[in-house]
Design a protein around this ligand. Structure first.
Ligand code: FES
Length: 150
């Protein structure tokens, strides 16, 4: 008896999952299956949008409450790697002060993921650049609301 379509699809998914784990590792696989922080934010206090050399565009939204980033989210029209890296960038910023967020780099994102294949590493740098653009916007807005010294 031949397998049902559902059995075939399940088997195919298992093969894909195993390939992703083999090529990218467990940490990337987990993030790929559960891309936390995906989606637009209604009223961010900081917004960054960057198009990378690969042509993919990423957006990062930050919400600064007092001196701490209380929320972050992202969108991307790019590859799976871009979503995974943007998700890590958001995670690394939540609960942090702006000075700490300013220290988030592409290398740091790659480190959290246990590395990426060379062809995908630029996704981490695009995520870091977009996060920094959002942080810059946050800081500009913050400065604009402060009383001017005379
Ligand atoms: Fe463009 Fe991944 S290929 S961000």
């Amino acid at each position: 008896m031949s397998p049902s379509f559902d059995e075939f699809a399940e088997h195919l998914q298992e093969e894909i999952d195993q390939d992703v784990i083999r090529i990218y590792g467990e940490k990337v696989y987990e993030r790929w299956r559960n891309p936390k922080f995906a989606g637009r934010m209604e009223s961010p206090t900081g917004y960054g949008r960057v198009t990378g050399n690969c042509g993919d565009t990423m957006e990062v939204f930050l919400y600064l409450e007092g001196k701490t980033v209380s929320d972050a989210s992202f969108t991307t029209d790019g590859c799976g790697g871009s979503a995974i890296c943007a998700s890590v960038a958001c995670e690394l910023s939540i609960g942090k002060e702006p000075e700490q967020v300013a220290d988030v780099t592409g290398e740091m994102i790659l480190q959290v993921l246990g590395g990426l294949p060379e062809d995908d590493q630029h996704c981490a740098f695009l995520a870091a650049e977009t996060l920094q653009a959002a942080l810059g916007d946050c800081m500009c807005r913050y400065t604009d609301t402060q009383p001017q010294k005379s």
